[in-house]
Design a protein around this ligand. Structure first.
Ligand SMILES: Nc1ccn([C@@H]2O[C@H](COP(=O)(O)O)[C@@H](O)[C@H]2O)c(=O)n1
Length: 330
């Protein structure tokens, strides 16, 4: 039974409440529309933030209609495909996996740690500009590479160093990698880490499928298998839109795929789609792992979807499942 004099005010209050929560959600950049939520339930996870849910929805819809045959994934590696932390402890980057007594001496270990403690805070400092950070990042990479070369690292010990490390791919990684290969979607991993180590990590996790292409800093070993240099131009977090992309543009498998799902953890990763010729729909997903309050605003303004302190691949898996669900796998 409806009593009009009660019903009307209740309806009014409900409408005001709905409007209020919508406004609040919008202010926090977290509004998920019902449509998006029903297609990809993971989008309702509390880690998800978005600036413009309608753009996200339209882009995902367009990508779904075009299907797996038009899609490519471009992803960063360290702290994007790998976890940032586990049980309260930082998971090592590919560079830091090399900081193992098998490969380097104690003095070198100390120096690499000191460099990390000096330069990582600069990398994530929200108050410094990219222009200010670039020379310092180059300095960090060069210093560590020089130390590693001095240690005469042996290629045959890399695999053991990875085994002994606490590196971990994000929860749900297998679903992600396996879905991509099943749907014949290529993935370009563009990493400022160490390519040889990265390859070993995905090999040991049994997901180094043939659809994966890697551009990274690769080690140059001499005939006896001792590190003597790093190959090619240095890739650091802020030059992923430069030399590395001409490489990517030459990859035949990526051509004719104008839709891009881009995954990264740094604002520099947004440049990774720069080499895609005639892109149609680019959906960018950013993992915000550290210094959340300080960096939230810039991440929301830069990535389409921001995942805050989310150690899983749940949201990328949900998006991928939906985009590749049309069966349009040309
Ligand atoms: N000597 C170094 C240099 C870099 N790192 C970290 O590795 C990450 C690699 O960059 P991606 O863009 O590929 O993720 C970077 O975020 C640095 O923090 C390091 O640990 N040691």
């Amino acid at each position: 039974m409806i009593i009009p004099w009660i019903y009307t005010p209740v309806r009014g209050i409900l409408a005001i409440w709905q409007q209020l929560t919508k406004t609040l959600e919008k202010k926090n950049g977290s509004l998920v529309s019902e449509i998006l939520r029903s297609k990809i339930p993971e989008m309702a996870n509390c880690s998800v933030l978005m600036r413009e849910h309608s753009r996200v929805e339209e882009t995902i819809q367009a990508m779904q209609q075009a299907g797996a045959g038009s899609l490519q994934v471009i992803s960063d590696f360290d702290m994007t495909l790998t976890r940032f932390a586990h049980n309260g402890k930082r998971v090592p980057s590919t560079h830091n996996i090399l900081n193992n007594r098998l490969l380097v001496n104690e003095d070198c270990t100390k120096k690499i740690k000191k460099l990390l403690n000096t330069y990582y805070p600069i990398e994530i400092d929200a108050r410094r500009s990219v222009e200010e950070k670039v020379p310092l990042m180059v300095e960090w990479w060069i210093k560590v590479h020089e130390l590693l070369i001095q240690q005469r690292i042996r290629k045959d010990l890399l695999s053991q160093a990875v085994k002994e490390s606490s590196t971990m791919l994000r929860d749900g990684y297998k679903v992600f990698f396996d879905r991509l290969v099943e749907q014949r979607v290529p993935m370009l991993i563009l990493s400022a880490g160490v390519g040889d180590v990265l390859e070993e990590v995905i090999r040991q996790n049994h997901v180094f499928h043939p659809n994966i292409h890697i551009i990274s800093n690769y080690m140059d070993f001499d005939q006896t298998g001792v590190l003597q240099a790093f190959k090619g131009e240095l890739i650091h977090i802020f030059n992923k839109g430069e030399g590395a992309l001409s490489h990517a543009a030459g990859l035949r498998e990526l051509q004719g795929r104008p839709n891009v799902l881009l995954l990264g953890d740094s604002l520099g990763d947004l440049a990774m789609a720069g080499g895609v010729s005639e892109p149609q729909n680019v959906l960018t997903v950013g993992f915000l792992n550290d210094q959340v309050d300080e960096r939230k605003e810039s991440y929301i303004n830069s990535f389409d979807i921001v995942l805050v302190k989310d150690e899983t691949m749940d949201v990328p898996n949900g998006i991928l499942r939906y985009i590749t669900s049309s069966g349009n796998n040309k």
